[in-house]
Design a protein around this ligand. Structure first.
Ligand code: ZN
Length: 465
């Protein structure tokens, strides 16, 4: 598991509706989130969502799940058909069903076209806001008119009247909240439909929402990002409960093999993100289960206990020799310990065993091949990393190591182009242009390399950098 070295910018279309959340804000350049790349977790999340996407009529190539390195509970849709899931949500979910329910709800937002409509709603809100301000000059008069209407309907018959009474901001807020409530309930209904269509229960989703709703009562001071983006009034929960219980699959359990993968995923996340006390509390040494050992090996490596980590990784590999991620862990431990040459064999094995969704492991293997500083591995590094960048253009690390491999090979045009691509996907457009210009000068006009450099040179981001 690796935290992406650069932060990618998320285009929060309809952010008011779907992501009040706000991934930590950068200075003045929009929200940024820390993206985590991990072959095992990405594959599991794809396996969780594939049937749901199919039931929703969403092409699985179109929608993507992105893992955010944040231990608070959150999931939201942004930047087109992208579902962002915090590591915290995965750790909190005790069963696959709990997180599949949350993902089904987010899928409901995509299927319902809430993103596109959210944008329109924002535009409408802006118009309302201006209208409110224009009207404020005559507010006293208009307000008197509105108040003169009888019993309780005051100002509620049109948003304009609310604006006059309460001020434009309040009107905008109310309009958006009403809108959001509708969207949330629609997404809940769709989620239940998708879960039923895939013979799964909505119980986990209901339990998760219930937990959030009751926690709010006690934790008045804690603002949970998920609750900000997904308000949970009683009415919403009771509607969901009713729909969920009507399903013949309400008591259906997750398949044991899926639960086992889920347990390993949680152990991995806790091993990689928890502090020493959390790891020993959740996975005491007396616990000899596979997930507990997995978490401890990862934590041992993080906290500098290299020999224990290596011995533990070997024991994991011995327990499940066909588990690609145990081989990957062994390779990663060796690579991080500066033993790149030794990391190559276990990482090759991990790539071969993973079969699909192995791109993050390829990047690790490419890294090891480059870091070995052995010229005999340069061609393999280029092959592995070129393959990784084709499968996943958005990995700045893969481009960076590919650039290094091309430099070793003495191909400075391709090296600089790869460096430019890496900077570009990391959102560093100015530096990317500088590198692209250097690369372009070395390619013949009209060749594929020249054209790729040109794409970067002529790209202008929608908003300022
Ligand atoms: Zn929602």
């Amino acid at each position: 598991m690796r935290r992406s070295c650069s932060h990618i910018r998320v285009l929060l279309t309809g952010w008011l509706v779907f992501a009040l959340v706000a991934p930590a804000r950068g200075e003045d350049d929009g929200p940024r989130v820390s993206i985590i790349r991990d072959a095992e977790i990405e594959q599991l999340l794809r396996d969780y969502t594939a049937p749901v996407f199919k039931a929703a009529g969403i092409h699985s190539g179109a929608a993507r799940i992105i893992l955010v390195g944040d231990r608070s509970f959150n999931a939201f849709v942004a930047g087109g058909q992208k579902i962002f899931v915090n590591t915290g949500a995965l750790v909190e979910a005790k069963t696959p069903n709990e997180i599949i329910g949350v993902l089904a709800h987010e899928t409901g937002h995509i299927a319902g076209g809430h993103l596109a409509r959210g944008r329109q709603e924002l535009a409408r809100a802006a118009i309302l806001s201006v209208a409110g301000m224009l009207a404020s000059a005559g507010a006293m008069f208009a307000a008197r008119g509105a108040f003169s209407r009888s019993n309780g309907s005051v100002g509620m018959d049109s948003a304009g009247a609310v604006g006059i009474l309460m001020g434009p901001q309040e009107a905008v807020k109310r309009s958006l909240l009403a809108y959001q409530r509708g969207e949330e309930q629609a997404a809940d209904r769709m989620a239940v439909r998708f879960l039923t269509a895939t013979r799964q229960s909505a119980k986990g989703m209901l339990e998760t929402f219930n937990r959030f709703a009751s926690e709010t009562l006690f934790k008045a001071t804690t603002i949970d990002p998920y609750l900000q983006s997904h308000p949970l009034p009683n009415e919403r929960i009771s509607n969901l409960e009713q729909a969920a219980k009507q399903s013949p699959f309400f008591d259906t359990q997750d398949p044991p093999a899926l639960q086992a993968r889920h347990d390993l995923m949680r152990a991995k996340l806790i091993g990689f993100t928890g502090d020493a006390s959390e790891v020993s509390r959740r996975y005491p040494v007396s616990d000899m289960s596979l997930p507990a050992r997995y978490a401890r090996v990862i934590a041992d490596n993080r906290f500098g206990r290299l020999e224990e980590a290596l011995a533990g990784a070997d024991a994991l590999v011995a327990s499940q020799p066909k588990n690609p991620y145990f081989w990957e862990l062994k390779g990663q431990i060796l690579l991080e310990a500066g033993r790149a040459t030794q990391a190559i064999a276990p990482l090759r094995k991990a790539v071969a065993l993973a079969g699909s969704g192995e791109t993050p492991i390829r990047v690790l293997l490419g890294h090891a091949l480059v870091a070995s500083e052995n010229p005999a591995f340069t061609d393999e590094a280029i092959k592995v990393l070129a393959n990784a960048t084709q499968a996943d253009e958005e990995s700045p690390e893969a481009w960076e190591f590919l650039s290094m491999a091309y430099f070793r090979k003495g191909d400075s045009a391709k090296a600089q182009l790869a460096a430019a691509e890496g900077l570009f996907v990391a959102g560093k457009y100015i530096e990317a242009r500088t590198q692209a210009a250097r690369a372009q000068a070395q390619f013949k006009e009209g060749t594929p390399g020249w054209l790729k450099a040109d794409d970067i040179l002529t790209y202008r981001p929608a908003d300022s950098e």
